[in-house]
Design a protein around this ligand. Sequence first.
Ligand code: FEO
Ligand code: CA
Ligand code: CA
Ligand code: CA
Length: 763
Amino acid sequence: MSHSFDPIDNTSNNEHFQEVLDNALSSPSRRSILRGGLGLASMFALPMLPGCGGSSAASNTLPALASSTLLKFTPVAKSIADQVWVPAGYTAKVLHATGDTIKTGVAAYSNAGTDDAESWANRVGDQHDGTEIFYIGSNGKSKGSYSYASGDKAVLAVNNESSAEAHLLHPTGQTSGAAIGKKFDQFGSWPLGVRPASESIKEILSHGVTLVEVNLDASGKPTGYNATSSLNRRITPETPMNVTGPAAELANLKAMMVTKFDPTGATTRGTLNNCGTGITPWGTLITCEENWATYFTMPAGSTVPTDAKLIASRARYGVQTTATSATATTSRTQGWHTVTDADPTSRFARWNVSASGASAAADFRNEPQTFGYNVEIDPANPSSVPAKRMSMGRFAHEAAVCGVPVIGKPLAFYMGCDSRNEYIYKFVSTKTWDAADIGGGIAAGDKYLCEGKLYVAKFDATGKGEWLELSINNPLIKAASFGFTSQAEVLVHTRVAADAAGATKMDRPEWGAVNHANGEIYFALTNNNASNRTPAKTDAANPRAYKDNDGLGRDGNPNGHIIRFKETNNMAEATTFTWDIFLFGAEEDAAAANVNISGLTAANSFSSPDGLWFSKSTGICWIQTDDGAFTDETNCMLVAAVPGTVGDGGAFTVSNTMTVANVATTMTQNTFVGGILGESRLRRFLVGPKGAEVTGITETADGKAIFVGIQHPAEEATAYNDVSKGVWPTNASNGVGGVYGAGSRARSATIVITKDDGGKIGL
Ligand code: FEO
Ligand code: CA
Ligand code: CA
Ligand code: CA
């Protein structure tokens, strides 16, 4: 998502770990609880690094890590040009961009806002994000990724996250009442007024997922996409989906999904704000619903639902809880509900989530409860009905990464919830993995993704962590003031349950990724702001709070970090793990000692890690950024890293000092850091165009091509015709193979990167 979006904060009373320690010091009774048999002093002694067995003395010299795998490409320099840069010897080409046609008979994209509104159901959606590739065998079934034989077809799935640049979809920008030509910020405030139906339809249909068949040459190299393939498909906010969950809870779940669209609650309509993705071992796509909460509204004068749980949950998720005031001139939604809705399907009325009808079956008060899930899609079967996988919990889902599957063992999916101070989750299947399910589509998903356990992560100060089960039988959840009465309520109001369980507040968990070589899990913690990450609110797993004195001055943990963990005994179903911090984002010239801990240089400095993914072919850990702190010096980027293992670095003391509003606070954290990678193991591979976030990445089975998403180029433009903030990829000098389409409006796109000598990417 756009870095300029201001995510809501977790305002629960869950303590930052430092607050736990502060309270332990100030309260004798709590101290005795926390001490256990160890004694308080041991909590402050620097703990031993797991697996080290050596001295527990603090060390502020991290080892320079060596590796047999070294990156071979020339690092790409920082850039603020309106261009995609890749290393010498590599070529990047646009595969598809916003609005491209995916069906016979659909007119070529005008890129002037003149396209038929309903045609967007058959165009590449907007705001390219999470990306997965699927190979379809001669039997018509998905083989999953990374398994290619001559004759296979390939389907590329790309999430279309938002309508953040929707002013480019209309002839003269967005319209709301009298306001014309302006760019509305979907996450900011809109001028109140009636939205035109045609604009709203385009904006709605530009969301969701785009699946297209990729043309392959005889060697399996991508040469473009097939605009008329029968495998092409758009999933939009209007695509019907099935409600799924644990068999024993399905009736309870359906009761919470009842709307005028389906009074039985068995189905819901569409998917929204699709950010990261996941690929299942059986070869289906998981698309993750992130910032869905801001799409719904209750207009002035409307009736607020009286269900106390519904309202309490809305508050925790950032959905409107009171009607817009009568004197308001702005509204924090898309305004789609304002379209006069003569349509019996209520495609516009559904965005008004007040109690406008006699019951939940007569209005859309429950509509927000139908979003916030992982959605499973079978890329091999365009007529299959997607499934909302409610057993995996409801939050601002960022991505869903499956751990390394082991035959005969449960499967684990790791998931981040992206807002400030939110949590990291894990779903563990009840059923154990059987490779005979590859190609099993949604039916296989029903087997693995309905019955299982949902957990949330707690990181402690000793380099260990715990998975807290989100179960109605967890005494802390049972005792929560929310009044949980069923597991279905835990699955739908997951954030509330995680608060009660005692999860660790993190610096905005973005994507997770699995190191296929050793099963370790990585998570991007993109950043946090000054009020939420003060020195006093740091902890071992989120250890930095600092003032960014260079350039854009975003304080707190503005550059973010990447945490990683290893499950105990490498078991998917483990309830404990060990962790360390793989990398800290930083500007290479950061002066304070608590900032550039990972020793970044001009060849690899980065800020605000977001997308995260490991190549199965090369083992490289690819890091994508969505930044607003370093953008005075460089656009967002793609960085290649050669991973090590949890515990390969050392113990590290972070001394935080931050002065905000003339109040200086200091705090020291003892944490664990994965050593200094150096330029041979950490290099900037790509820098994107102006305003763009680099999102979504996958590879061909041979590792010789990668697909990368370029989202919201020209984001800083405030009007449809403001070309000063960027026009990529329509500019001739864009470095992606010349002019792409007519006109001068920026478009999100997926690019394909190959190495000119035909080798693997990054090596
Ligand atoms: Fe869609 Fe949290 O980025
Ligand atoms: Ca800066
Ligand atoms: Ca600098
Ligand atoms: Ca993201």
